[in-house]
Design a protein around this ligand. Structure first.
Ligand code: SF4
Ligand code: SF4
Length: 97
């Protein structure tokens, strides 16, 4: 640590992957997701990604965006799954290799 805890390289928190101790991880079902953005709002770690990635459901509904999870920073708290209005997020055990 620097003297006085001075931060010499701002933005360095991105270098520390804080999501490696979770035991459950969220998995978004793109078929069920209605792109409401609630998970993006509620995630305390800004780990939900809003991607310019089109997706067409099996019922031919076309979305221009998709939501995904940045597992480097997701801590597995489950708030996204809890708040998703259509239960499109499953919390599944992290596989330890
Ligand atoms: S489980 Fe928690 S930290 Fe991970 S994406 Fe969902 S709300 Fe964010
Ligand atoms: S809260 Fe659920 S439905 Fe809304 S964007 Fe997130 S995964 Fe999709």
């Amino acid at each position: 640590m620097t003297i006085g805890g001075v931060i010499t390289n701002p933005g360095n928190s991105l270098e520390y992957k804080t999501g490696d101790w979770k035991v459950l991880m969220p998995v978004i079902n793109q078929e069920k997701c209605i792109r409401c953005r609630i998970c993006w709002y509620v995630c305390p770690d800004s780990a939900i990604l809003e991607l310019d990635k089109p997706y067409t459901t099996k019922a031919k509904r076309v979305y221009k965006i998709s939501y995904d999870v940045n597992y480097d920073f997701c801590k597995g708290c489950g708030m996204c799954a809890q708040e998703c209005p259509v239960k499109a997020i499953d919390m599944v055990p992290v596989e330890v290799s």
